[in-house]
Structure formats: C-alpha cells, structure tokens
Write a protein that binds this ligand. Structure first.
Ligand SMILES: Cc1cc2nc3c(=O)[nH]c(=O)nc-3n(C[C@H](O)[C@H](O)[C@H](O)COP(=O)(O)O)c2cc1C
Length: 257
C-alpha cells in the first residue's frame, strides 16, 4: 500500500522542471531510466532513444534549442526520442510477407510509433522523478527535423520527435493547471463543453501562469500567458511554412497519417 501511495505521489506531484543545477548523469542511472522506459506498453517498439553524451554534440543540440539552450546545457542527461519505422519495417521484411510499411498507407503503424514513443517518455519521466531528478520535454526536434536528422545521422524512416532533458532540480515551480476533471473525464457518452466553461478555464490558466511569472521566467517576455499561447499557435505565413515543411518530412519518413 505504501509503495502504491508513493507511485501515485510521483504522478500527482510531477511538474516540468526547466532550471537544472549543472551536472552529468552516471551511465548506470541513465540506463535504469531507459530500462523503465522500455517497460511501457508497446506495439513493436517503433522508437529509438539516442542519449546525447559527446560534449560537442550537446553544444550543437543546445544551439538548435534557441531560448532553451541553458536548460539543455545544464541537463544531467539528454535523450533524443525518435519514432522509428525504419527498424520496424526491416523487422517486418524478415517475416517475408508483403507488409503495409512498404505502401503509402499505414496510419495505424504511424500512430502506434508516436504512441509507443510517448508512453516510453512518460515512463522515463516518472522513473527520473523516483530517482530524485526533474525533467522536461522539448519539441525542437519535431520543429527542426532535418537539422536533428543530420546531426544524429538518422536514416530515412527515423523521425526525431522530442528531447527529454533530465537534471538536478534547480527550481520548485507550482503544479500547473489542468482542465476541470468533468470536462476531460466523462461517463457513458460524450458531453460537449460550453464556451463559458472553456473561457473560465482560460482565465484560471492565465491567473495561475501570471502568479508563477511563467512567461517572464521561461520565455523572457513581458506578455500575458494567453498572448503567448496566441503567438505559439497563430496561423500566419511563418507557421504555415514550418507546418508544411514538417508535414513533408513526416511523409518522407514513413509517418503517414
Ligand atoms: C509534446 C510536448 C512538447 C513539449 N514541448 C516543450 C518545449 O518545447 N519546451 C518546454 O519548455 N516545455 C515543453 N513541453 C512541456 C509542457 O509545456 C508542460 O508539460 C506543460 O506546460 C504543463 O506543465 P507541467 O508539465 O509542469 O504540468 C512539452 C510537452 C509535451 C507533451
């Protein structure tokens, strides 16, 4: 019972940590975290984890993570998480049949590759928490896939998704808000949410992030959180160009939704 409570505590109290005290992780610890990661439920383990250890490579990765380079530099361990349908395709080749990864249509395998990777990452994050570390996910690899693919010599079919940065906690931020449970957790049928409820949540989010000083602390801007959210999600020529490039990259690399 005590054990169960402590696992729940890690889940309920985890928060993204973006300020690390500089350190480097021992190999055995990194391996333990990855071992916990690969125990996550999986279909065909369509992922590859590349730990970034070489100091020159760490610097090159930090340079690609503009705005969050300090976090990367100070992390005790950096893991590049890739969706890997290249290896899965080769495994299926060995079964000697005509399989779906040879075609243009394999939405199930594509979704599962991302799903597998996400479950792996969550297990790794909780393992890191249990070992006293903090962590955060960075999405730069997904935004700049070609740069990461070149840096890590990824073959076609291996898509860089995220960086998982784990480190010694240098901050103790508050828990960030979540949508009220009844909005995301429903019974027996889908219940639509009203605009008023969504508005109320956005206000809660704005107040909590303001109290934390989130945007100033992590982004270095003096704007409200909802303004920051607008900037991050705006549809303009720049975001269209980036999304077009990512879509093209995913298609070329076997992720076909
Ligand atoms: C797919 C994904 C991508 C993310 N990318 C970033 C990122 O690039 N930079 C960052 O600081 N946090 C990133 N995060 C972390 C979220 O911002 C964070 O989980 C969210 O603000 C909620 O805070 P919490 O984890 O403390 O509850 C990402 C999270 C996910 C799931």
């Amino acid at each position: 019972m005590r054990r169960r409570r402590s696992i729940l505590k890690f889940l309920m109290e985890r928060r993204s940590i973006r300020i690390f005290r500089p350190s480097r992780m021992r190999n055995e610890i990194a391996e333990m975290i990855v071992k916990a990661g690969v125990r996550a439920p999986t279909y065909l383990q369509s992922y590859t984890i590349i730990q970034v250890k070489d100091e020159g490579l760490r610097k090159a990765v930090a340079d690609l993570c503009e705005g969050q380079d300090e976090l990367v530099k100070n992390a005790a361990a950096i893991f590049l998480i890739c969706a890997d349908l290249y290896r899965t395709s080769r495994m299926l080749d060995l079964l000697g049949h005509n399989h779906v990864l040879r075609t243009d249509k394999h939405p199930i395998e594509s979704i599962f590759a991302v799903f597998d990777s996400a479950l792996l990452v969550e297990n790794m994050m909780i393992a890191a928490e249990a070992l006293g570390y903090g962590s955060t996910i960075l999405d730069y690899p997904l935004v700049y896939p070609r740069e990461f693919a070149e840096l890590f010599q990824l073959p076609r079919g291996v898509t860089p998704l995220i960086l998982l940065c784990i480190g010694e906690k240098g901050e103790f931020p508050p828990l960030r808000p979540r949508l009220p449970l009844h909005i995301v957790f429903q019974t027996d049928k889908y219940e639509d949410v009203s605009d008023e409820e969504l508005d109320e949540y956005l206000e809660t989010l704005e107040r909590a992030m303001e109290r934390e000083g989130y945007v100033r602390k992590y982004v270095g801007l003096d704007i409200k959180y909802l303004e920051y959210l607008r900037l991050k999600t705006v549809l303009d020529d720049h975001s269209k160009k980036i999304n077009d490039a990512i879509e093209k990259y995913l298609k070329e690399n076997l992720l076909k939704f």
